[in-house]
Each structure stands twice: as C-alpha cells, then as structure tokens.
Design a binder for this molecule. Sequence first.
Ligand SMILES: Nc1ccn([C@@H]2O[C@H](COP(=O)(O)O)[C@@H](O)[C@H]2O)c(=O)n1
Ligand SMILES: C[C@@]1(CO)OP(=O)(O)OP(=O)(O)OC[C@H]1O
Length: 159
Amino acid sequence: MNIRIGQGFDVHAFGDGDHVMLGGVRVPHSHGVLAHSDGDVAIHALCDAMLGALSLGDIGRHFPPSDPRWKDADSRAFLRHCRALAAGQGWQLGNADVTVICERPKVGPHVEAMREALSSDLGVGIDAVSVKATTSETLGFTGRGEGIAAMAVCLLVRQ
Ligand SMILES: Nc1ccn([C@@H]2O[C@H](COP(=O)(O)O)[C@@H](O)[C@H]2O)c(=O)n1
Ligand SMILES: C[C@@]1(CO)OP(=O)(O)OP(=O)(O)OC[C@H]1O
C-alpha cells in the first residue's frame, strides 16, 4: 500500500502574552498560550497526523514535555523532524488539511503565510497544504475564549 492516512488534534489554553504561533506564523493576539514549546496548535496537530500515518506514536513521545530541550521550542523544527522520519521510510507528504478552531484571533488574514511556512518545512508545493479556520459559535472552551484548538489530516505517499 503506497498511501497512509493520519489525523491529529491539539489544544492549548490561552495565557498571558501578546501573540500566538499558528502554522509557523506569529499572529498578534490579546493573549499567548500556555505550553512547553511555542504552543503552535496547528503544527502540533499536523505533526500528530504525520506520526499517526507512520504509526510512530504522538508528538509527546518524540518531544517529551519533561525535556528542557523543547522549552519554548520552535514547533517548525518538530514538523521538519516528522518530515525526516517519514522520508526515512520513503514517505513524503501527499497533502494535508489543517483546521484551527477559535473565536479570536482571526486566522484568515494569516492563512497564506501559514501555508507557505508549512509547505516549505514539508518540502511540498503550497497547493498540498490547506489551512482553514472556524469559530465554535461561542460554544465550549474555544467559544468562551479559554483556548485554541486545531485538527489536521494528512496523506503520506511513496512510489
Ligand atoms: N478564528 C477564526 C474563525 C473563523 N475565521 C473565518 O471566519 C469564517 C466564519 O467562521 P464560522 O465559525 O462562523 O464558520 C470562517 O470560514 C473563517 O474563514 C477566521 O478567519 N478566524
Ligand atoms: C510540543 C510539546 C513539547 O514538549 O509540548 P507543548 O508545547 O506543551 O505541546 P503539546 O501539544 O502538549 O505536545 C507535547 C509536547 O511534545
């Protein structure tokens, strides 16, 4: 079988700060996120999707929150590591689709920059990476503005 599917999901609570990292892009916001790394939910969900497709566990297995090396880490390095793990088995990204869930910040104005960053780190064309956003219509923890969530699916392909 020369395709593999994976899905991922991540959540971070909002905390003090003036921006959130989303898809490798610094997005100005009234809050930051509470996280060990830079707390980029979009990349964390995408990493988990890729690791799931590879049956290699999850992001916490590869980058334990107990490890000081990942304190304030740039999540783009996690994504590049997942790409390398996939490449080591002959896989590359076919396509990925990421959805960010929050009331604020507005994600739309940053989507193209996110797609550029993610596709660059994954070594694929920008058309292979989709980023979308939705509110949760004021419902639940995202609706109350307590945190931000993201989900991702991906296909890996090999010749
Ligand atoms: N944080 C967000 C949430 C949504 N958007 C954009 O707004 C559109 C409408 O959102 P609904 O939840 O009412 O469907 C959505 O399609 C996104 O394009 C956004 O940019 N940032
Ligand atoms: C990314 C890691 C890195 O230590 O920590 P966090 O930034 O807290 O993010 P999370 O989504 O909880 O994933 C676990 C960890 O791998």
